[in-house]
Design a protein around this ligand. Sequence first.
Ligand code: ATP
Ligand code: MG
Length: 416
Amino acid sequence: MKATKFFLKTEKEIPADADSINASFLIRAGYIQKTMAGVYSYLPLGLKIIRKIEDIVRQEMNKIGGQEILMPVLAPKENWQKTGRFESLDILYKLQTADKKDLVLNPTHEEVIVPLVKSMITSYKNLPLYLYQIQDKFRNEPRAKSGLLRGREFLMKDMYSFHLTQEDLDDYYEKVSDAYKKIFSRLGIGDKTVLTHAAGGSFSKYSHEFQTISETGEDTIFLCDKCQVAINKEIIVEQNNCPKCGNEKLVEKKAIEVGNIFKLGTKYSAPFDFRVSDAGGKLVEIIMGCYGLGITRTFGAITEVFFDQEKSKIIWPESVAPFAIEIISLNKNEEAEKVYESLRARSIDSGRGNPEDEVFYDDRDISAGEKFADADLIGAPIRIIISEKSLTAGGVEISRNSKTEIVELAKVADLL
Ligand code: ATP
Ligand code: MG
């Protein structure tokens, strides 16, 4: 992608009402735009990151047998009345059709998926079943804040599992927990993201959150730094030592809840009277688990972790970087064009079918200072600088992992 064609505008000024690193940085650097409080548009730079996060999440969900579906944003009131949540859930957005039928903008999808699955399966032979989606969620959060961390409209991956027995649920729950660990480590925040015990699902003593340690986080957790396991402050009354090793010296940290997994038991199958026949022909209630992961919140959390406030720059983890490589030409456009073409020809492809996707070439007619300033906002893990100086030294300058080397023009594509 050439900068002259790319839909991007960076700002020097930090937006006035941005209350967090992710909001101020991502808006200023042209990744997202704020449409209203808690509601954002995603520009090409930001959407590229979202798609990469989604791809990693999809791969790990598919590996544990998840099948992807897509449920609607709208649902009829009746589904939500069945579970009592039409009245009890304060963050529910309600609206009406022209002929005054009440609707809900789904904030989560138990009320949609349970009747859906019920209409399709009747026997234990269809179990277990694992379905997930990546979908917009709507929540009337009283205080939308911290940019992508608490939105009124946001992207979530939500998976629902259906089981005949508790043992089967317990087993799968561990698999999902392991898959989440893999996801966060592939996203570059594995060392900062800890399994956290939180107030129970309806079916178990605890639910589990994945908390990314960060000063911007809304949550307070107590971390056992031996086990890298934590307890959410909200449940500390019941548990004040490490649930794994008993260690009582826990360290208080601020953290962002990026995922949350629950054993639901029959909480949602019961109100819909969702039962199937077991091997003996007896009707039994379905046991469920649910597993949320905030896609846009995770994007915000990655930003909080990787933004370097002192230098006012970011270098994204390779797995989510909007561009793997940025080429900066300092009045050497002919040579830069060659490098750009050779990299494109070698198909550095993000897997999304467009080799151009991974290489950003700043071909604009602006000062070196402006190019470098913008490169610090785009955050490509590999930077190639082509200048009079580099050519005199024998080629182009390549920086990655804070190392810089000079590489012959013709050898760049081979090397990368
Ligand atoms: P929180 O405790 O932060 O309000 P929650 O426990 O209600 O979130 P879940 O219903 O479990 O969240 O949703 C699953 C995931 O969706 C969360 O772990 C989080 O990553 C994400 N999420 C929840 N609410 C929001 C929001 N308002 N904005 C962005 N992401 C959110
Ligand atoms: Mg929560």
